[in-house]
Design a protein around this ligand. Structure first.
Ligand SMILES: *Cc1c(COP(=O)(O)O)cnc(C)c1O
Length: 406
């Protein structure tokens, strides 16, 4: 049942919101409490709360197995994991890190911490991520590193970007935060390029409350990252590596991640149910195109992203405003793009017309552990209602705007 009968029932006008509580786009999955407590014993009983405790060690072992890599090094969050991996991998004496502009909002800050300038490249309209062809024109004699970021749905051009790095002798670091569960034809995400970075923030697929990790097959890199996440210390007060941080994962967060790792397959089954329902229902709504997961390989079905095509009657931002009023926390997909933002630090950017266009078109719809089948059908019925009543909504908003300015 859908309660809104007329345009006045919309929350942007005089109606009450469609939902009583907010519907978010974050995963926020919770493991069984008993499992969390069971894992907790390993550190609680012997008061080993941090500094490479038993659950950090177990988590690193299990994640290395999961990603089929030799090494996994955990960190306090994804941000510092990427900063430290970037710093280790960047070619000495060079100044730029090549990355897409249409990507995670904080990526340019990460480069700034490393002292590198982002050099933004275009993406492919098919994957919304960088490819061999979109990145190659932006390589120059100052390129220190290629930061290959996976998009939220499916994967970037892993083999192409890896190949590009080999061709020019430039290291490749993958930000695989959004592709933690994914597999491609060549194998499991985690073992490509020089290293791959992941996050265990509560909003991500593997919830460790906060946390991050790097996977790699490079023993020397793994060793350096272990030193640097822990001040650069080797033994007591013997600081042998410069540029260290305190970026260790603590036992509480490792415990949460271990309990959640056991339940990942269950979470993915639930995600797929949500995704399949959206897919069925949205197929009837003209102008809203669901980004589809590539089901030939393993995928998480986590995030629901739609493109508002040219037959949709509202702009993306107007649509988000209408949905937010109903307590649907729809969000824009990576908008504004990084090259469009005013930067506090140096960046290098040419015109990126395709990115300018793409970043006006996509939005995230509610997903994750809190979203049930009824929520999804309400969201889709609301979209259909907005479409059916678009002319009236627009004229009412126009007359309100005129009224306000009088
Ligand atoms: C969330 C995210 C990060 C940062 O991870 P945190 O653990 O939140 O610091 C990096 N890259 C991408 C693509 C992300 O989505």
């Amino acid at each position: 049942m859908f309660v809104k009968k007329s345009v006045d029932d919309l929350a942007v006008f005089s109606g009450s919101p469609l939902f009583n509580d907010f519907k978010s786009t974050s995963s926020l999955y919770q493991p069984a409490l008993s499992s969390f407590l069971q894992y907790s014993k390993a550190f609680f009983d012997n008061r080993h709360y941090t500094n490479n405790g038993p659950n950090v060690k177990l988590l690193e072992k299990r994640l290395a197995e999961f990603h089929q890599t030799k090494y996994c090094i955990t960190f306090s969050n994804g941000f510092w994991a990427i900063v430290l991996a970037m710093k280790e991998l960047a070619l000495a004496g060079k100044t730029e890190v090549l990355m897409p502009s249409f990507t995670y909002r904080r990526m340019a800050d990460i480069a700034a911490w490393v002292g590198l300038k982002p050099r933004f490249c275009e993406v492919s309209p098919d994957t919304l991520a960088a490819t061999y062809d979109t990145a190659k024109p932006y390589i120059n004699e100052q390129t220190a590193l290629i930061l290959a970021v996976h998009p939220i749905v499916n994967c970037c051009d892993v083999t192409g970007l890896q190949q590009l790095g080999i061709e020019y002798g430039i290291p490749v670091l993958f930000d695989a935060v959004e592709s933690m569960y994914e597999t491609i034809a060549e194998g499991k995400i985690g073992s490509f390029g020089n290293a791959e970075c992941f996050s265990m923030h509560a909003s991500k697929l593997l919830n460790g409350c906060e946390g991050g990790y790097v996977t790699t097959n490079d023993e020397e890199l793994a060793h350096k990252l272990r030193l640097k996440r822990s001040f650069g210390f080797a033994g007591q007060d013997n600081c042998i590596a410069g540029g260290g941080l305190n970026a260790k994962l603590n036992e509480l967060h490792a415990t949460m991640a271990l309990a959640n790792l056991d339940e990942l397959p269950q979470l993915v089954v639930a995600n797929k149910k949500r995704y399949d329902l959206y897919k069925t229902l949205l197929s009837a709504v003209t102008g809203v195109r669901l980004l589809q997961f590539d089901e030939r390989y393993q995928t998480s079905f986590k995030t629901i992203i739609v493109e508002l095509t040219n037959d949709w009657p509202f702009s993306r931002d107007k649509t988000i405003e209408l949905l937010n009023a109903e307590r649907i926390l729809a969000r824009s997909y990576y908008s504004p793009a990084l090259h469009q933002k005013k930067m506090l630090y140096p960046a290098c950017s040419a015109d990126l017309p395709l990115t300018d266009y793409l970043c006006t078109r996509f939005m995230l719809l509610p997903c994750g552990d809190f979203i049930g089948a009824n929520d999804i059908s309400q969201v889709v019925m609301l979209l259909q209602f907005l479409r059916d009543n678009a002319d009236q909504i627009k004229s009412l908003q126009l007359s309100e705007a005129n009224h306000d300015s009088n």
